[in-house]
Design a binder for this molecule. Sequence first.
Ligand code: SER
Length: 616
Amino acid sequence: MKAKDIVDKYISFFEKRGHKRIANSPLVPQNDPTTLFTSSGMQPLIQYFLGEIHPQGKRLVNVQNCFRAADIDEIGDNRHTTFFRMLGNWSLGDPARNASQRDAGGYFKKEQLKWYWEFLTKEIGLLKEKLYVTIFNGFNDISKDNESLKIWTEIFEKEGLNANERIFHYGADKNWWSRAGEPEKMPEGEPGGPDSEVFYLFDVAHDKKYGKECHPNCQCGRFMEIGNSVFMEYQKTKDNKFKPLPQKNVDFGGGVERLLAAVEDQNDVFQTSLFLPIVKSIERVSEKDYRSNHKTMQIIADHLVAAVFITAAGIAPSNKEQGYILRRLIRRGLDNFYKLEGKDIKTILTSIVDQYKETDPPLLVDFEKIKLTIIEEEQIYKSTLSRAKSYIEKKYPSTGSEQVGDEIKGVRKILSDDAFILYSTHGLSPTQIKSLGFLFDEQKFAEKMKEHQKVSRKGAEKKFRGGLADHSEKTIMGHTATHLLHQALRDILGKHVFQTGSNITNERVRFDFNFERKLTDEEIKKVENIINEKIKENLPVHFEIMTLDRAQKLGAIGLFDEKYEDKVKIYFIGNYSKEFCGGPHVEFTGILKRFKILKQENIGHGQRRIYSQVFD
Ligand code: SER
């Protein structure tokens, strides 16, 4: 069974149970200021957990490309990958009714836990003896998840397994899920809830380094988490408490790479049929073997896979946002590749695309472009390294008194201030600086880094002050403004103009679109005037759910590539704009009061960015 078979079986299993397949959302979210990358299948669905109507109904299923990296410098083990594919099924509210499968209502714990068990043991044939589960133990006023305990107990007893030995109880640090993490970390308004995870047990010894006793959440690698059912039924309130959400939702996510590891009973994800050919290509071009270099090769494989997907999403390496993450992935991947004395990464990129082309055909179409972008970054990196080296060499001539240690290896002691310049100006990480042969006081460097992070965090907080789940009135107004702006730009600049992204906070609206040149002052004025006119007309805003065909006939603008979805949601602003959108929006344009364009920017690749503001 290949990774693709697991995906196909999962989708069809849930389709048979009344779920509608929804598209894989872009890896770089188009309208979510809170995050740089899509990091779970539920992220693009957030407004539907809060009560917006989804055009495909209450039962949804998909496979979502995700990227997660808290700290890239820490990554590299047998089971974590920064890029992964998440299987997801969702129930958007309502307990199950006697609904027909064509008009299926929502469901909750009983259906979810039983179905996932059935999928694991019947559809992909995992041995039931290898499976363990965890449940939520309670937190403050939210009680222990006794319902899941009862359901799992029944499931295990029916299978002739000892439920006590199979069910583990953890607190909110392990069995609670929200986009922000644990309950205390959630901002006001954020939805979340208890979860129940399934773990697969590998036949390997426990490593006592990680604790006396092994258990599902032990980090030794004996257990692997292969699915998480979140019961999204709470919302954080003002006073750091929780209230029930208007609807009880199920949010399930399971990593394809890990399910494949379980199916193949292979505790190292990088040795599964998905990654093995990639690892083999690294072995070939470096003439080294995986066994003695596994961590190095895991990093190379992981980072280059992620780099391929991020590049395919239209990102180029840079010093900002997604581009910065991409740059760090490529450079860290290369550092590790050079450690193995590898020279040519093209073969590895080819093997990556070979492995993913069946599930992600655009990779093949764009391969030349992807390859070029990554190779170009390698050239830039090489010249950065040599510039950094000559900066130091000028400051510390090799006969200078600062030099210590082994002359032949060129190990040199430099001031932590200079090391920090290599970090902040040349973009080199501490590890990269050390690998150039420059030693420095790491504690002093870490202190400087902390100070630096404090400053940049402040900037980030300011930028994203709306916080997660910012569905504040001002942000909703900004969202409606993007629809007006989209239409007004098309009116003034031509019908070939399309939105390529947006990012809304309660302070400003950022809008990206394809256009080849700077807008003139007169064009900017015209766009502003149209929007302010539409605000004055106080147009009603409403949505309709219709077939894709009808939406196209009506001339609605927006993404038309959601190939699995037969029904779409279209937001209308009077007769002026019709656009594909999940919502939410204001009810009348008059709520916006006034609209102003603040500035425009060229963001490369034939795209421009407009910053604007709405006034209430
Ligand atoms: N949101 C949960 C997760 O990402 C389940 O989909 O793990």
